[in-house]
Design a protein around this ligand. Structure first.
Ligand code: PEP
Length: 262
């Protein structure tokens, strides 16, 4: 129960970035932090494209245990120092309740990924962290289950929650997931929380990131979160969905063209 749609502020005091109904927040960065050089290059590209928050995974929950699992603590240190260098608050995923305090020391926003949306112990731990939370929708979760996951965070006294629609699993194999664009207005009616869209993880395809971002803008999402990489061909994680070059410029242009909110 909340009188109006809320705005969540992310970042250090004096340099916070709003996510909510009065603005459109562009979050971008590498899917995974791979090295200081790659992260700085991706962050510089993200900032030049107009991003106001830097994303980057240090702890990577991969479908295969044999895939790159992220640099962990070292990745977090790299992301924090790159974020400070380029002047962007950082968003990063936490996958284990035991890591929450350590990640919260450096991160400006804690991401709960699709695979952990219903990890209630983890949700409670981020609810007690004192940091804003980016809560991705579980890939097989209904909207009600997603909102109840948010309640687990809120119940611990943390109302700084941003929801993220990142695609759901359907029968359609042309895209990695199916972006449920209707979830955005449905959630905005059912909840006061801001909701952003992840077209990168929804589609798994860089050629679809710009059109799906335009769809997110058109439907009234409060922002987008997008993967960028200086050299997607050699990315250690999700290269086929990472933007660079002309695609990133097209995205930057689409974001710049958003009409001012009244
Ligand atoms: C991510 O954003 O790095 C990620 C793994 O996303 P998701 O949890 O939506 O798959």
């Amino acid at each position: 129960h909340h009188p109006a749609r809320s705005t969540v502020w992310v970042g250090k005091p004096g340099a916070t970035v709003p996510v909510g109904p009065a603005t459109f927040t562009f979050v971008a960065g590498p899917c995974a932090v791979e090295s200081p050089e790659q992260t700085l290059e991706a962050a510089t590209m993200a900032k030049a494209a107009g991003a106001s928050l830097l994303r980057g995974g240090a702890y990577k929950p991969r479908t295969s245990p044999y895939a790159f699992q992220g640099l962990g603590r070292r990745g977090l240190d790299i992301l924090a120092s790159v974020g400070a260098a380029v002047g962007l608050p950082i968003v990063t995923e936490v996958v284990d309740a035991r890591d929450v305090a350590e990640v919260a020391e450096q991160a400006d926003m804690l991401q709960i990924g699709t695979r952990n949306m219903a990890n209630f112990g983890l949700l409670q731990a981020v609810g007690e962290s004192g940091k804003p939370v980016l809560l991705k929708r579980g890939m097989t979760a209904t909207i009600e289950e997603w909102l109840m996951a948010a309640e687990y965070v809120a119940q611990r006294g943390n109302l700084d929650i941003v929801l993220c629609e990142r695609g759901i699993r359907t029968f359609e194999p042309a895209t990695r997931n199916t972006l449920d664009i209707s979830a955005v207005p449905v959630v905005q009616v059912a909840s006061h929380l801001p909701v952003i869209v992840d077209p990168s993880h929804a589609s798994g395809r860089k050629d679809l990131v710009v059109p799906l971002s335009r769809a997110a803008i058109a439907v009234g999402a409060d922002g987008i979160i997008v993967d960028v990489h200086p050299d997607p061909e050699v990315a250690l994680c999700d290269g086929p969905q990472a933007l660079h070059g002309p695609d990133l410029r097209a995205l930057a242009q689409a974001v710049r063209q958003i009409p001012p909110l009244v």
